[in-house]
Design a protein around this ligand. Structure first.
Ligand code: RIB
Length: 291
């Protein structure tokens, strides 16, 4: 089986549960705080690795305590982290506030993620998918995407958070995954004729997703109906699982379905339960949904 390479962000996340997300100039009382491994790159790597992909990760942390905690989590997985860089910068972190319905607002501080040394990046020949996000510098994304094309490897990008994408990078992308907020930002640039060869996946939360293929086929797919505990990291669970299933030779529609089931289990589980979700649980949910 081909490998998946994820180049992206690593954060130490501080996640606060609150009855109410504070408005401007307001302080709200929280009920719980969680300290978690995060970063879209790191989360997507854990997800693809959990569901059976041979995953290697390229990113950067600092030598501080947050960096040590991030490293400890990565070492518990079977992700190949030989290309993980450690620098003198502060490790990346994020703060998220989540209300009772699972809605959240978050801010990231990228730190070391923005200092990845491109000279130390090597893509292995048998890499099938290179998965990128927008939490590291675009220069790294572009260099990596060029390297991927030299070895005939697909380039997928979760273009989040939304930012202007260099057309040179867009030309190298096979699959782009964005949520509805990001789709609004990209609607002028991404949906031009010029970028018709990109498969676009727009996730719509409880309303499912939309997919637009290069041949013009456009489909809406329903979400699995589950009771939401928190949507934090759901997109990452979806993308990692979907990419992992694709590397195993499955067609794009079943990969979308598989990713959606992984995300449904993620949002309906507690933080502790999430680490125990297995492929079997995903397949069970898909079968249950069909019957
Ligand atoms: O997608 C969720 C992730 O986004 C969090 O883990 C946070 O660190 C931010 O990068």
């Amino acid at each position: 089986m081909k490998k998946i390479c994820i180049i992206g962000s690593l954060h130490w996340d501080i996640v606060v549960n609150t009855n109410k997300i504070p408005k401007k100039d307001e302080t709200a009382s929280g009920s719980k705080v969680h300290y978690l491994f995060g970063g879209k790159g790191g989360n997507q790597a854990l997800s693809s690795n959990r569901y059976g992909s041979d995953t290697y990760f390229i990113g950067r942390i600092g030598k501080d305590n947050f960096g040590k905690k991030i490293l400890k989590t990565l070492k518990k997985s079977t992700i190949d982290i030989k290309q993980l860089q450690v620098g003198s910068e502060k490790s990346g972190m994020s703060v998220a506030v989540i209300d009772k319905k699972g809605n959240y607002k978050a801010t990231i501080v990228s730190g070391a993620n923005l200092s990845i040394d491109y000279k130390k990046i090597t893509l292995k020949k048998n890499t099938g998918i290179l998965l990128l996000q927008n939490e590291i510098s675009e220069k790294i994304n572009l260099i990596a995407a060029k390297k991927a094309k030299e070895i005939n490897c697909e380039v997928w990008i979760n273009a989040a958070p939304a930012r202007k994408i260099n057309p040179k990078l867009l030309e190298l992308i096979d699959v782009i995954i964005i949520n509805k907020v990001e789709a609004e930002f990209y609607k002028k640039s991404l949906f031009q004729n010029k970028f018709n060869k990109i498969t676009k996946v727009i996730t719509l939360g409880s309303k499912g997703l939309e997919v637009q293929f290069p041949d013009g086929v456009h489909k809406k797919i329903q979400a699995f109906k589950v009771k939401v505990k928190s949507t934090h990291g759901a997109g990452d669970a979806f993308i990692g699982a979907m990419a992992s299933y694709k590397l195993r030779g499955n067609n794009f529609f079943s990969c979308l379905n598989y990713g959606q089931a992984a995300a449904a289990l993620h949002i309906s589980s507690t933080i502790k339960q999430r680490n125990k979700i297995l492929e079997k649980d995903i397949l069970d949910l898909i079968i249950k949904n069909k019957t």
